[in-house]
Design a protein around this ligand. Structure first.
Ligand SMILES: [Zn+2]
Length: 270
């Protein structure tokens, strides 16, 4: 009995010892996990610091344009090329539109499509003019070149900037002018939208409603280009430019749209 009791006693001792070891081991494991997490976090902070330090946003002013981009993505020659292109297009278009003041253009160049998408909400476009911030966003020049129509893309977006600048604050909130501007520029400098089936809204009010809710959704670009073409032929391009620059009153777009639908009905029947 004594022996047995001693055995039980020693077994309890053993169990106690094991329990103590297990709980100490668990505590040590938790400590080790925390330590590893802290080390990983420190390494992350160091790399993030190095990354941010290695790729600061560079801001360069050339003429009346300011360019912002990561130091690593554009060489001095590439920036000079881009600026030569942008300033030549700005000068030519502004003169053509009769806008004689120099355009203070802010250009932000994104390093890839993801970042471009985060800035503009549209990762598929090569360039976007944001009229609220008055910034022209471009994807890095190589992506722009791959789009195959760098000249048309720049002319379309820079025209938005010139009309916005010419009208001044307030003129950019007018839905009729925004729709006219987009339609005229889709006609003059169309994007590559391929074959699209056009669904014509029944009235100008519905066209404007669609434009104001969807913006320049890719599916409607051909519709806007056709509407812009109709207005250019009916009103004349000079009148459209004068309206877009705030030098002439807007036309009766409702009556023009009825003509537009009538013409398209005729061409659909032929
Ligand atoms: Zn546009």
């Amino acid at each position: 009995m004594l022996k047995c009791a001693a055995e039980i006693h020693s077994r309890n001792l053993f169990l106690k010892t094991v329990e103590t070891d297990v709980s100490r081991c668990a505590e040590f494991c938790r400590l080790r996990v925390r330590l590893i997490a802290a080390v990983i976090f420190c390494v992350f902070l160091i790399f993030a610091g190095v990354y941010l330090h290695a790729s600061p946003v560079e801001s360069r002013t050339l003429g009346t344009a300011t360019y912002r981009f990561e130091r690593a993505i554009l060489t001095d020659e590439e920036l000079a090329d881009l600026h030569g292109n942008v300033s030549a297009i700005c000068g030519e278009l502004a003169a053509g539109y009769g806008v004689n003041r120099a355009l203070p253009l802010e250009v932000v160049i994104a390093h890839n499509a993801d970042y471009f998408g985060r800035l503009t909400g549209n990762s598929r476009a090569a360039a976007v003019y944001d009229r609220d911030r008055r910034i022209l966003y471009l994807q890095r020049t190589k992506a722009l070149e791959r789009s195959g129509n760098i000249d048309r893309v720049l002319r379309h977006e820079i025209s938005h900037a010139i009309f916005d600048f010419a009208r001044g604050a307030g003129g950019s909130q007018n839905g009729d002018l925004l729709l006219l501007e987009e339609s005229y520029l889709e006609f003059r400098f169309p994007a590559n939208y391929g074959a699209q089936q056009i669904v014509f809204p029944a009235s100008y009010a519905l066209l404007k409603k669609r434009f104001m809710s969807d913006g320049t959704a890719a599916k409607d670009r051909r519709l806007y280009a056709l509407w812009g073409k109709h207005l250019a032929q009916s009103l004349g391009e000079q009148r459209i430019v004068d309206i877009l620059c705030g030098r002439a009153n807007a036309a009766d777009f409702g009556a023009e749209y009825s003509l537009f639908i009538e013409n398209n009905r005729k061409s659909l029947k032929q």
